[in-house]
Design a protein around this ligand. Structure first.
Ligand code: KE4
Length: 428
């Protein structure tokens, strides 16, 4: 009997490219049919066939309180009942701006947008406009959304000018993006030695989460900060994923480094489309209508979305929130490492705050090249065994995973039991 997931996927593929509205949802990397989810409550989601999963994706990070948190839903319902959008300033946007600037040391001013892509695209345009320079430095394996300047990767080796890694990106634009190796401080120093006076901005995920989780080596972020300061380049921390995920002050709080600009998304919308870019006042005052750098959006700061974000920020401000989240995430990671070791499986896992990485490799990778050497097929077998058992991990060996405040100790224990059963039978 064809499952409803299959029937829906067949129908979706007839009208939507790949059957999805965002490529990573299509299961192309892991194979198989993506479950079409219809409901979520707390740590659990249900697909259209009624199957329940413990969810470790959480809509790719936003659902840090868990699905359908009563306070978030009530905030959305109450705000929506007064109208969905006005295209005018609203009090809720002022409250969100004041909240973000109070929580994040580097933020003196902030502009709300509707996606992480818009946030990073706008921050890069601002850095170029404010500095009068064009060159952007990014790191291979870091993803900052799908604006043209960011869909670029090195041809090969260091100091290679960008080549488009997506159709539709003109060479003429890609050549303004220099792609380096994450965690390679020497390569970064060489790049600045050669191009310092041309660098408008350096954008980095302070904890990389889009090539699986790769933590910054000691000194890497500080070197980026020092080089940008010394050469008048704008340091952009892309905290769309890490913001309020790795700690109450994001990665900038965790590592004690203040970027010039910061981008946010995911958690600050709580599942609704809210993202932001912000930072030093003298930079942000270049943004229209104050300055010459244009940036706009019909639904930017949408009150219903912002209400969801504010309710989420209320939730993560509860005393002990991050200690509990970190403890729960570590319970998962430590349990998986212990189980894999006991069964002789080549596997490692690590966590930073409420996000984690799983790797079929001896050690946790510290670079893009090391991530690429992990056993992707072994991950895919693990992924499907766990999905069949009702535990939904990110459908790619190159994505981070997320735990929510709604995950109980019993949920983690059930996931660990399923993983142990899998490891006991898995190919060595
Ligand atoms: P969005 O445009 O998808 O809201 O944000 C782009 C973005 C920017 N910066 C970072 C660090 C990000 O992780 C993202 C988006 N992350 C992916 C998951 N790896 C979103 C999932 C998807 O593309 O469907």
């Amino acid at each position: 009997m064809t499952s409803r997931n299959q029937a829906l996927f067949d129908a979706a593929q007839r009208r939507i490219p790949g059957g999805v509205n965002s490529p990573v949802r299509a299961f192309r990397s892991v194979g198989g049919i993506p479950p079409f989810l219809r409901e979520g409550r707390g740590a659990h989601v249900w697909d259209e066939d009624g199957k329940r999963y413990t969810d470790y994706v959480g809509s790719w990070g936003p659902l840090i309180l868990g699905h359908a948190h009563p306070n978030v839903i009530r905030a959305v319902q109450d705000t929506a009942a007064r109208g969905l959008s006005f295209g005018t300033p609203t009090a809720l946007e002022v409250e969100m701006a004041e909240r973000l600037c109070a929580l994040l040391p580097c933020m003196e001013m902030v502009r709300l947008v509707s996606s992480g892509t818009e946030a990073t695209m706008s921050a890069i345009r601002l850095a170029r406009g404010a500095s009068g320079r064009d060159l952007l430095i990014k790191f291979e394996g870091c993803y900052h959304g799908h604006s043209d300047s960011l869909l670029v990767k090195a041809g090969s080796g260091l100091l290679t000018f960008g080549h488009p890694s997506s159709g539709g990106v003109p060479d003429d634009l890609a050549r303004h993006t220099l792609v380096l190796d994450y965690n390679d401080t020497e390569g970064l120093e060489r790049a600045f030695a050669e191009h310092a006076d041309r660098v408008a901005a350096l954008i980095v995920e302070p904890v990389a989460g889009n090539m699986n989780l790769v933590a910054p080596r000691p000194g890497f972020l500080q070197a980026a900060c020092d080089l940008c300061t010394r050469h008048g380049a704008v340091l952009i921390f892309d905290e769309v994923m890490t913001g309020f995920r790795v700690g109450p002050r994001g990665a900038q709080g965790l590592y004690g480094i203040e970027p010039d600009l910061l981008t946010l998304g995911k958690v600050i919308g709580g599942g609704m489309p809210v993202a932001a870019f912000g930072g030093r006042r003298e930079l942000m005052e270049h943004i229209a209508p104050l300055g010459a750098v244009y940036q706009a959006g019909t639904l930017s700061g949408n009150p219903v979305a912002v209400a969801a974000g504010l309710a989420t920020l209320d939730g993560i401000s509860a005393p002990g929130f991050y200690e509990a989240l970190e403890k729960r995430t570590r319970q998962l990671v430590d349990g998986l490492n212990e189980s894999a070791k006991r069964h002789g499986i080549r596997f490692s896992a690590q966590s930073v705050g409420g996000m984690f990485g799983l790797y079929f490799a001896e050690h946790c990778p510290e670079s893009y090249a090391e991530v690429m050497s992990c056993d992707k097929e072994a991950f895919n077998r693990f992924f499907h065994a766990m999905l069949d058992a009702g535990h939904y991990f990110a459908p790619s060996a190159y994505e981070a995973g997320f735990v929510s405040a709604a995950h109980e100790e019993s949920d983690i224990a059930a996931t660990l039991a399923a993983a142990d059963a899998y490891f006991s039978k898995a190919r060595r």
